[in-house]
Write a new protein. Structure first.
Length: 280
């Protein structure tokens, strides 16, 4: 058994690591939040300080009152829902098959699926751009959402596989004894039993889709088709000298929906991954 002293040292190292991670990721976000409340004059104030002398909401008003802000949000929601839903539809049957069926080369196939997830979209975007251009599908939300699906499906498959493996196989067998086919057992038994895991994975896919920048930046050029992640970038050309604080305000507004979704559904995400860790 570990001594109380070693447990305390382990706890202290854990908290130190968490503090370092918080500073690395939270520090820049806190600074962007500070910039979003600054006037153009405060941007160049010396010495630098986190809290501006005269905070203002003018930057947020400028972003919200811009003609396309609502349209950008709508486009982001559309792409995120289409991409995440498509990824879940493709990943769920694949994950179920990986969790229930055993065949030669299965482990290697799963490694290849995960390796595909690690490939940056930048590697394929140039040929993909030319391919979609030849088909006349540039500036199409449908085509862009399909790319989202292709990028998200490998990770969703791996995550759902763990949730499906936690469900006893006897449930499938009992359903098939009662007359269900394998597919019917999957639809009527396994999916309802893994509802928490499905919501957790869908939430993460939505957040990843919402934050996607490179894919829509390359495939979408019409201002009316841009999602918020790319739309706020265009503010730099509109506001020039005051672009920094405008971009900061737009960035904060852009991440708020993703944060809200996570806050609302966090109990599903936490409980699903806690269940997975207990299983492991």
């Amino acid at each position: 058994m570990k001594s109380r002293g070693s447990e305390r040292r382990a706890d202290a190292l854990t908290y130190i690591a968490m503090a370092v991670i918080l500073v690395i990721f939270g520090g820049p976000l806190l600074w962007v939040l500070s910039l979003s409340f600054r006037s153009p004059v405060d941007l160049f104030a010396s010495p630098l300080q986190l809290l501006p002398d005269q905070p203002t909401l003018a930057n947020y008003e400028t972003v919200i009152n811009s003609g396309r802000f609502g349209q950008y949000l709508g486009n982001s929601l559309k792409l995120a829902v289409l991409g995440s839903s498509g990824a879940m539809l493709a990943a769920a049957p694949a994950a179920y098959a990986a969790s229930r069926m055993r065949f030669r080369g299965q482990s290697a196939l799963l490694v290849v699926v995960l390796a595909v997830q690690m490939v940056s979209p930048l590697v394929i975007l140039i040929p993909l751009y030319r391919y979609l251009s030849g088909l006349g599908l540039l500036n199409s939300h449908g085509a862009t959402a399909l790319v989202y699906v292709a990028v998200l499906t490998p990770l969703a498959t791996w995550m759902l596989r763990d949730f499906f493996e936690a469900i006893p196989k006897e449930l499938d067998e009992a359903a098939m004894i009662d007359g269900c086919s394998r597919f019917q057992a999957f639809i009527h038994v396994i999916l309802p039993a893994s509802r928490t895991g499905l919501v957790a994975v869908f939430t993460l896919m939505m957040i990843m889709s919402w934050a996607e920048f490179v894919i829509p930046f390359v495939l979408l050029s019409e201002p009316s088709a841009l999602p918020i992640s790319v739309g706020i970038y265009t503010f730099q050309g509109f506001y020039q000298g005051s672009a920094t604080n405008i971009l900061a305000a737009g960035s904060i507004l852009a991440i708020l929906p993703a944060v809200l979704v996570f806050v609302v559904l966090q109990r599903y995400v936490v409980s699903a991954f806690l269940a997975g860790s207990v299983k492991g």
